[in-house]
Structure formats: structure tokens, C-alpha cells
Ligand binder design. Structure first.
Ligand code: GLA
Length: 380
């Protein structure tokens, strides 16, 4: 059974009817442009073919009642009196979206439904953003407001940053809201302008899940942000987006070595990301692959957000003849890497890299090709 069929079946048992709407919002994999979004920089992710789904119908009162198939749980809350979270439960993402909508001047209405998804949790593929955008889409289905992908991404981010207190940039929510089927998206994280970029011909994007999960990623993430802000402050600029590599090279020694390396990653990664867009527009898989490899080296050595497992799987992938380039993806410290592979060899590539990684680390990874999907949408 597909997720959609599972949702429909449970909806039927629970409510004795067909759902009025099915909302879905995808997870993402980032090709390049890592830890650049909160520096007002550039990112180049694609929405993947895994998503959070909600089958729903409107309610006449102001309540929201949700059954989560994956969590085997049911929660209900009232939009008129949103309960503040004390721990972060799955329902708090939906409550947070309701809170952010109301604060943004929207009037979200009540609904009831069933939630399920296939974005693995905690692996760096943005299951949280998928849930936030699926929730935003569910509210949109039953309320009286227009869907603006950028606004909805900002609502999702506000839910996560301000309601749940988890710091993130805007990348994950933007791509989940605005993804384009068959394309990656270059996102300018300052203007939030998006430009679709085609994947090189005869290539396949392969997700390499190390089967390790990130540990203290939150504190390390906040520390990196603070270090980037310190570097920007030193240069008297709003964000590291505002300095190019040449100017930075002239002034780099003004910074203490650790902050210098952090800044060098962000500034060079912004340039690589723009070059990656050019490589995609020129259908140059070799150039894109080289940029991905350089991105990983920079994340590993300068930004220090990789992990032994991520390095091992990236090394195995890069050593394979079917690979143009591989790198860690997302916040880091565990979770997934991403590879650009030759399309005709992608299945063999995944098999070989999986075996090599398992032999090197003892972990059994999960590798699969993914396809760029559309952002949040409604079915039916
Ligand atoms: C996480 C955050 C994003 C981004 C990446 C690193 O996925 O949610 O906003 O900062 O880390 O590129």
C-alpha cells in the first residue's frame, strides 16, 4: 500500500468518509551550499520523492485533531488556546504552524485528519520542514487564505525557531514549499528568490544514509552560527554573504584561526554554490561533482561538522568510478551524504558503496536514488 492508500484507509475507518483533501510536503536533499543559509547566502537543494502527508477534512469548531500513523498516537488541540510546548512532540510542529499563521495575520480554521510520512527522522533530510509545510498546507485547505510558497516557508521556519526554539535557517522550509519537479533550486537566502536548475543529463542523485544519527547537533549548530556572526561583525558587514573570497583572503589574518576557518568555509561555499548553478546550466556533471567534493573537504576541515561515518561513506563514494562527486548534506554530524552518480550505473554504484562502507565501518547503510519532486501541494 502507498502512503496515500494507508491514509485513505485509516481516514475511512476513523471518520467513515473519504478525506476532503490530501496535503503533502516533501523532505529535501541539499546538493551544495551548506551552512550558508543563515549567512544570507546561497543553497542548491532539491525536494525529494519522500514527504509528509495529511489526509483531512474541515471541522465546524476551532479544534485540530490529528492521528499520526507513524507515532501510533492521536492528539487534539484548540486553535483558540494553543498549548505551549514543554518537550518537542510531533504535534507541537503543527501547533507551532498554527501559532505562526495567527501571528502572521492569517485565520487558520479547524480540521481533523491522519498524518503519515516517509522522510526518515533525524537523518538530515528535513522531516521537520516537511511536517511544517504539510501542516501549513492542511490549514490552507480548510481556511480562507492564499498559498504563497515563500510566506509559508517563513511560517514553517517561525514555528520551528520561535515556537519550538530550534534554530534553523530558511533552506529546508523554502525547498519543501517551493520545490520544482525535475529541478534543483538555487535559493538566495537573503532575497528568497529561487531559480530552478536542471540536473546534468544522465546523472542520478543518490542519498547515502550512514545509519548514524546526529548527536549534539543543536549546540554545535548554534555555536557555528555565533562564530559566523562574529566574523561578519569583525568585517563590519551584515552577513558573510557580503564579502568575496578575494577580499577575505587579504584580511583573513585579522581573524583568530578558528573563526577564520569557519568564515572561509562559508565564503568559499557561497562561491562554489554559484559555480554549481553554472555547471548545472552548462550540463557539466564533472564540474558539479568536483564542487561537491570541495564542499565536503571544506565542511570537514574548516567548518568541522562532518563525522567519521560521513567521511567514510563520502570517501567510498568518491573512490567509485560511477561517481562524479559526493558530500555530506544537511547540518552534519551524522545522517546522510549525497552523491551525483552516472545514471546508468546508479544501482551498481549504490551496491558497491554500501558494501565498501559496511566493510570499513561495520554500519549497514541505506542507499537509494531520489528524484526531484514538486513542493507542498494538495491532492484531491
Ligand atoms: C539544517 C538547517 C538548515 C541549514 C542546514 C545546513 O538543515 O535546518 O537551515 O542551515 O542545516 O546547511
Amino acid at each position: 500500500m502507498t502512503i496515500k492508500e494507508k491514509l485513505q484507509a485509516r481516514f475511512q475507518t476513523e471518520f467513515g468518509a473519504e478525506p476532503a483533501f490530501i496535503a503533502r510536503a516533501p523532505g529535501r536533499v541539499n546538493l551544495i551550499g551548506e551552512h550558508t543559509d543563515y549567512n544570507d547566502g546561497f543553497v542548491l537543494p532539491l525536494a525529494i520523492d519522500r514527504a509528509a502527508w495529511i489526509a483531512l477534512r474541515p471541522r465546524v469548531d476551532s479544534r485540530v485533531r490529528v492521528i499520526s500513523l507513524d507515532m501510533a498516537d492521536e492528539q487534539v488541540f484548540d486553535l483558540a488556546d494553543l498549548p505551549r510546548p514543554d518537550a518537542v512532540r510531533w504535534i507541537d510542529y503543527i501547533i507551532g504552524v498554527a501559532w505562526a499563521l495567527r501571528r502572521g495575520g492569517y485565520a487558520p480554521a479547524g480540521w481533523e485528519g491522519v498524518l503519515a510520512g516517509d522522510v526518515p527522522i533525524g537523518s538530515g533530510l528535513s522531516s521537520s520542514a516537511a511536517l511544517e509545510l504539510a501542516a501549513a498546507r492542511a490549514f490552507y485547505c480548510v481556511s480562507d487564505f492564499d498559498w504563497d510558497a515563500t510566506r509559508m516557508a517563513q511560517i514553517g521556519r517561525a514555528a520551528e525557531n520561535e515556537w519550538l526554539g530550534i534554530q534553523t535557517g530558511i533552506m529546508d522550509q523554502m525547498i519543501s514549499a517551493a520545490g520544482v519537479a525535475g529541478r534543483a533550486l538555487l535559493i538566495d537566502c537573503r532575497s528568497l528568490e529561487c531559480s530552478p536548475a536542471p540536473l546534468p543529463a544522465e546523472t542520478s542523485v543518490v542519498i547515502l544514509d550512514t545509519a548514524t544519527r546526529r548527536g549534539l547537533v543543536g549546540s554545535a549548530y548554534n555555536e557555528r552560527r555565533a562564530q559566523c556572526e562574529a566574523a561578519a561583525r569583525h568585517f563590519g558587514i551584515a552577513a558573510l554573504r557580503d564579502i568575496d573570497l578575494a577580499t577575505f583572503a587579504e584580511r583573513a589574518t585579522e581573524l583568530e584561526p578558528l573563526i577564520r576557518r569557519r568564515a572561509r568555509h562559508v565564503i568559499s561555499e557561497n562561491e562554489r554554490t554559484l559555480q554549481a548553478q553554472d555547471a548545472m546550466l552548462a550540463d557539466d556533471a564533472e564540474a558539479l561533482g568536483r564542487l561537491m567534493i570541495a564542499s565536503h573537504t571544506s565542511l570537514r576541515d574548516d567548518f568541522e561538522v562532518s563525522s567519521p561515518a560521513l567521511d567514510a561513506i563520502v570517501d567510498c563514494a568518491n573512490a567509485d568510478p560511477g561517481c562524479y562527486g559526493a558530500r555530506m548534506t544537511g547540518a552534519g554530524f551524522g545522517g546522510c551524504a549525497v552523491a551525483l552518480a552516472r545514471a546508468e550505473a546508479a544501482a551498481d554504484f549504490a551496491r558497491r558503496v554500501g558494501a565498501a562502507y559496511e566493510a570499513a565501518t561495520g554500519n549497514k547503510p541505506v542507499l537509494y536514488a531520489t528524484h526531484a519532486s514538486a513542493g507542498a501541494s494538495t491532492i484531491g
